[in-house]
Design a protein around this ligand. Structure first.
Ligand code: HEM
Length: 294
């Protein structure tokens, strides 16, 4: 039976989602819980990613899988907050997702303990905007280019993908206090019509991250979603790659490490978390963990 990528990687973001992270209970054997999880993960309503510590606990190694790097820029810190396991629950009904989540916690206990829950959603239907109102995902590669950017071709892990996740918290008051021109220059696009601005400063987010301006080119497939909890809000940056190299090159340029120019995004938003996961392929519609000996 052939392996296929978890389909959500190549699909638009859902209306509602929940990001769940788990740690491995000290001394616990994760195998039984993972076997049970395989039949619950269809890669569409639930996407799964394994962190380095979990793959190591299984006595295996996935070459590209590493720890999320910490970065510091001028006055900014980019934290690394690794986890053993990530589940990205997707759907259209928040209640259904909440109830599904509880079942998964029960199935994973006591080997895995829940560490974080982030509720995420779509803003403005098909436009898929960040909460600042700017459309997010415009320059995502499509079709075969998306597959080439996001899915590994390495034979032993064919169909798998590498997922970088960061929870960013926006200071919306600070952003809203900026004149519209400064807001547009922060992203390098015009909010009103999503046009890219030729005269944007070098600090503009899309100038920092322009994927074809890297050597080698650094394409990723972004599936980020807005989040909110009480009065706090931001973006769950979610990017899939055939490795972490393209993402890391982009993040490095955002911090100004190469030329001292920091991404203008840092004026109003900052990352609270950062973690890397390996997303195994599916076989027969179920999560396939043969690469890690299951
Ligand atoms: C709060 C955090 C972030 C927000 C609100 C945000 C928002 C946006 C928006 C509005 C665009 C323009 C439209 C588009 O092409 O999607 C964009 C482009 C892009 N962003 Fe972000 N982004 C964030 C963080 C990041 C991070 C951490 C990375 C990677 C390290 C990244 C990588 C990219 C890339 C690759 C593009 C397309 C650039 C191009 O080739 O034109 N973004 N982002």
């Amino acid at each position: 039976m052939p392996v296929t990528p978890q389909p959500a990687i190549l699909q638009p973001i859902p209306q509602q989602a929940r990001y769940l992270t788990y740690t491995l209970t000290p001394g616990a054997n994760p195998r039984a819980a993972l076997r049970a999880l395989c039949s619950q993960v269809d890669g569409d309503k639930a996407v799964a990613g394994l962190g380095l510590s979990l793959v190591t606990a299984l006595g295996r190694r996935i070459n590209e899988l590493r720890s999320f790097p910490e970065f510091s820029g001028q006055g900014i810190d980019i934290p690394s907050t690794p986890s053993a396991l990530l589940l990205w629950l997707r759907g259209i009904d928040r209640g259904e997702i909440v109830n599904r989540h509880r079942g998964l916690d029960d199935l994973l206990a006591p080997a895995f303990g829940l560490t974080q829950v982030i509720d995420a959603f779509t803003y403005d239907g098909r436009a898929r905007r960040d909460l600042t109102g700017y459309e997010d995902g415009t320059e995502n590669p499509k079709g075969n280019k998306a597959i080439a950017a996001a899915i590994s071709r390495r034979k032993d892990i064919a169909g798998s993908s590498f997922l970088a996740i960061q929870q960013w918290e926006h200071d919306m008051h600070r952003f809203e206090a900026m004149p519209r021109k400064e807001q547009d220059h922060t992203f390098g696009r015009r909010r009103s019509d999503n046009e890219e601005l030729d005269n944007a400063p070098e600090s503009a987010h899309v100038k920092r991250t322009a994927q074809e301006n890297f050597d080698p080119e650094a394409f990723v497939v972004r599936r980020s979603m807005p989040w909110a909890e009480g009065a706090r809000c931001g973006l769950v940056f979610t990017a899939f790659g055939a490795s972490f190299d393209a993402y890391e090159a982009q993040l490095r340029r955002m911090t100004g490490e190469e030329d001292g120019i920091m991404d203008a995004l840092f004026r109003f938003t900052r990352p609270l978390t950062g973690a890397y996961f390996w997303c195994p392929p599916l076989r027969g519609g179920k999560l396939d963990l043969t690469a890690v000996g299951l």
